[in-house]
Design a protein around this ligand. Structure first.
Ligand code: PLP
Length: 396
């Protein structure tokens, strides 16, 4: 085993940022080998993969030419398909050259950080938010700066963002629809954030970029409209993953896209840097088969009607058991207050009954918890009595 000193400072800092997640993974080992487990933790599939996904992959798995499995970088066809789809979805004119193909949103975020970030740069992370931003930043010697979202509504809190800005700020991350809160930020908030970032960039004489992390963009309920920050602030990099809408996060496919509003000189410089930086990162492109499959995957999605039914069933039942829990506008998560106020105790009490959820400690909120609605309706039904019992026990 490596001794402590043999692990790099960067690696140690990254490991330190993700301790709560590692501890949670370790705690889940007790689920192994039990057949009475009701797993509501991660956004993983619990049913067979979508037919459309399986068809798209199998259609391209048998080689048709000698270079079928040759090195693939940012290939033209998938870039064109994505640029066209993004343009109609976001109402902005993306060109194929604005799109870099990546190994999911993870790959796209890593690319964005390396493309315009430098060691020591600060990145503002609205909190509660996804637990992988901070370790990813540490690994490139960048500094996470947490800024709370508005209490209760989980709207962007512009005053908190303003307070977090320093001369070293390089990025603000916006994740809409948001993990874990399910909030989809309306245009007014994004416009106000754009004004704030424009003024702060001028004051700092250094551009503050917006990283728009949009892997849940197509997973919205009740027709809630989506506006991308790319439409409000030209210095926006959009990252996307197909892993959520296809519910197949192990088949890595995503992209980073430059806002079409970006002024020409900056856009040219970034376009030129995309391929070499992806290469320097260690060949950050999706595998050949996933690149061929892009055209067939654009219209494939999990069943949003079924997801809505699961959200409504779970929300209704939990609220009638006394839970304070938000109504998500997007994503496949529910986010609520842990009864009794201590997520660790609550999660342990549920686990005793075979029901597993994610404690808010992973999101810097030790009084909350998250449920993934990617479990089946049957799992949800079977888990509800445990939620009811545990709430009654912990609140009294
Ligand atoms: N961003 C957010 C907010 C996420 O929740 C996730 C995955 O959980 C990702 C990015 C990474 O997505 P992928 O694994 O599809 O690359």
């Amino acid at each position: 085993a490596l001794t402590r000193t043999e692990v790099s400072t960067r690696a140690r800092a990254a490991v330190g940022e993700i301790e709560a997640v590692t501890a949670f993974f370790a705690s889940l080992r007790e689920m192994e080998g039990r057949d009475d487990v009701l797993d509501l933790t991660f956004g993983n599939p619990h049913e067979m993969p979508l037919d459309g996904l399986v068809r798209a992959i199998t259609a391209h798995v048998v080689p048709q030419t000698v270079d079928w499995f040759a090195y693939k970088a940012n290939e033209n066809e998938p870039r064109e398909v994505i640029a066209a789809a993004l343009s109609s979805e976001l109402g902005l004119g993306f060109a194929p050259e604005d799109v870099a193909l990546t190994q999911g949103a993870f790959g796209a975020i890593a690319l964005a950080l390396r493309l315009v970030g430098d060691a020591g740069d600060e990145v503002i992370l609205p909190t509660p938010g996804w637990f992988c931003y901070a370790p990813m930043l540490r690994l490139v010697d960048m500094v996470p700066v947490k800024a709370p979202l508005a209490p209760e509504t989980y709207d962007l809190d512009l005053a908190a963002v303003e307070r977090a800005i320093t001369p070293r700020t390089r990025f603000v991350v916006v994740n809409s629809p948001a993990n874990p809160t399910g909030r989809v930020y309306p245009r007014e908030q994004l416009d106000a954030l754009a004004d704030l970032l424009e003024a702060a960039s001028a004051r700092n004489r250094r551009r503050i970029w917006l990283l728009s992390d949009e892997p849940y963009r197509r997973i919205r309920f009740d027709g809630v409209p989506f506006v991308s920050p790319a439409a409000c602030y030209p210095w926006t990099l959009v990252d996307y993953s197909y892993g959520k809408v296809l519910l197949a996060p192990g088949q890595r496919l995503g992209y980073l896209a430059l806002s079409p509003l970006l002024p020409v000189p900056e856009r040219e410089a970034l376009r030129e840097a995309l391929m070499p930086v992806q290469l320097a990162m260690g060949w950050g492109f999706p595998d050949a088969i996933m690149q061929y499959a892009v055209a067939d995957l654009e219209d494939v999605s999990i069943d949003l009607g079924e997801l809505t039914r699961k959200r409504d069933r779970m929300l209704g039942a939990l609220r009638s058991s006394g839970y304070r829990i938000g109504r998500p506008e997007g994503t496949f998560y529910l986010w609520g207050d842990a009864p009794g106020g201590d997520a660790a105790r609550f999660v342990a009490a549920l686990a005793e009954r075979g029901v597993y959820v994610m404690p808010g400690t992973l999101f810097d909120r030790p009084e909350h918890f998250r449920i993934s609605l990617t479990a089946t309706m049957d799992t949800i039904e079977r888990a509800l009595p445990a939620f009811d019992d545990v709430a009654a026990r912990l609140v009294t």
